[in-house]
Design a protein around this ligand. Structure first.
Ligand code: SAH
Ligand code: SF4
Ligand code: F3S
Length: 467
């Protein structure tokens, strides 16, 4: 699938920034505040930092209090029904803030804002929402806000085309140690259960020089962990002329001088392979971790999901990555209860999981997404049956995760201390494979690399002691 790339001209972004400057003058004399609420994946976190960047250019300070905010933006996720229900709950709760001050602007963006039925529902039933814009319209957020303010009207801009690439947006990062770096957007895979190709549109890659420039600036600014983002990073560069691929990108970022960790997600098993594994092994900075979503271990279900690999192919790939990158930490995603999944299919999934023994797993009960092919399939199994499978899967995986963690006890690992835990006096850190390590220490250590001896573990984390 080759599509024409739509790149937003630099002059257009300059025009958006000029609108920001105008708005800043309009707010002169007082300090307006904005709140950006984020649901969903890291791509949305990444987008929210761009929204905050634009808002800062308009002169807004940030707040977490909706009753103090002049502008409220809710950045939404449509991946499962549960996510959508949470967003609608949040939107409902915002009626109070809007009633208290009707001049307050409420905006909704992100993946839900691209779906026609959601836009219609907001139009009819969430009348306190002033602005709706899809993920691909984010680059013209200033213009949209300006229209709402100038015309005092509701604006709906879900977006039309196949997706664009926009460079040079301002950005307000929320963390000083870890940074997101989006390398591409969209997805062409059309797994039959998934809404993402419809909300995030066609795959398009940023140019390597733009990505490298941003990576260099992040390292110079003192960031210690860079996470490359894409729905399927292994197809990075296929829409570019110069043959840039993801493995080469890893090598080039790895060559930037400085001490930092390079992570990435997500890899689709159908295109992960030798070149990437070699680049990972040879890289001094790349985290020894691969998130490789399996989804199901049943060939019949994998076919129905349009995943384009089978269980044997997946297992062979795991063998290859383990041979190429010793010590690799493997994690995965599993969907339980895809339409028509039988007990026998589920047993196949368990069989693959027992063979691979993942370090960690993210499990989801299938959620019907209107407009996707799987939504039309008969789905005879009850929620209770699916829940039973889900619980069983979790129990098996928790035992495996604990066993993997137990094997780390007594080892000394080079960790990056990246934040404070909820527990007082405890810091969070990441092992070379991306495992969460909790250790005692003061906040002044955040952003430092250190050696930690692993002294204990739980299902989700290791416990360590700084050496
Ligand atoms: N692009 C990434 C992540 C996509 S969304 C990838 O392909 O790996 C993250 C996870 O959500 C998916 O891996 C899948 O396990 C799950 N997911 C997506 N759509 C779903 C649905 N309709 N119901 C349940 N889980 C779903
Ligand atoms: Fe969804 Fe599949 Fe694309 Fe991942 S690869 S975003 S699961 S369609
Ligand atoms: Fe959700 Fe969209 Fe991400 S649907 S998971 S926010 S790509």
């Amino acid at each position: 699938m080759r599509i024409k790339r739509t790149e937003i001209p630099a002059a257009e972004i300059a025009r958006q920034l000029a609108i920001c400057a105008d708005l800043r003058q309009r707010f002169e004399g007082r300090a307006p505040l904005a709140m950006v609420d984020t649901f969903g994946c890291q791509q949305n976190e990444d987008d929210s930092e761009k929204l905050r960047g634009y808002l800062a250019e308009m002169g807004f300070g940030m707040t977490a209090d909706e009753f103090a905010a002049d502008v409220i933006v809710v950045n939404t996720c449509a991946v499962r029904e549960h996510a959508e229900l949470r967003v609608f709950g949040r939107l409902g709760a915002l009626t109070h803030a809007k009633k208290e001050d009707p001049r307050r602007i409420v905006a909704v963006c992100g993946c839900m804002a691209r779906q026609a039925h959601v836009v219609e529902k907001i139009k009819q039933s969430f009348r306190h929402v002033d602005l709706v814009f899809g993920p691909d319209e984010l680059w013209r957020f200033p213009e949209l806000i300006d229209t709402v303010l100038a015309k005092q009207t509701r604006v709906f801009a879900p977006g039309g085309g196949d997706g664009c690439v926009a460079e040079g947006l301002p950005r307000l990062r929320s963390d000083k140690v870890r940074a997101w770096l989006s390398v591409m957007n969209g997805c062409n895979n059309f797994c039959t259960y998934c809404i993402v190709p419809y909300t995030r549109l066609r795959e398009r890659s940023r140019r390597p020089e733009d990505i490298l420039g941003e990576a260099r600036r992040l390292v110079a600014a003192g960031y210690k962990e860079i996470t490359l983002l894409g729905q399927n990073v292994n197809s990075y560069g296929r829409d570019l002329e110069n043959g840039a691929g993801f493995a080469r990108l890893i090598r080039e970022i790895d060559a930037i001088p400085g001490e930092f960790i390079l992570r990435f997600m997500t890899s689709h098993p159908k295109d992960a392979g030798g070149e990437l594994f070699t680049a990972m092994r040879e890289s001094g900075k790349c985290e020894r971790h691969l998130h490789l979503p399996l989804q199901s271990g049943s060939d019949r279900i994998l076919r129905a999901m349009n995943r384009r690999y089978d269980a044997a192919g997946y297992l062979a790939l795991v063998d290859r990555v383990r041979a190429a990158v010793p010590d690799i930490v493997l994690t995965t995603d599993i969907i339980v209860g895809f339409p028509g999944e039988t007990d026998a299919d589920f047993e196949e999934t368990l069989r693959v999981i027992e063979k691979v023994r993942f370090d960690a797993m993210f499990t989801f009960i299938y959620s019907r997404r209107a407009g996707t092919p799987a939504a039309e399939l008969p789905d005879p199994f009850t929620r209770e049956e699916k829940q039973r499978r889900f619980d069983r899967l979790l129990e098996i995986q928790n035992a495996i995760s604990e066993e993997k963690h137990r094997a780390c006890v007594g080892r000394t690992l080079r960790v990056l201390i990246d934040g404070e835990d909820r527990e007082q006096g405890v810091l969070t850190a990441r092992s070379p494979g991306g495992r969460l390590v909790r250790l005692a220490g003061g906040a002044e250590l955040i952003g430092r690399f250190a050696d930690a001896e692993i002294t204990g573990f739980s299902t989700w984390a290791l416990r360590g002691r700084l050496i």
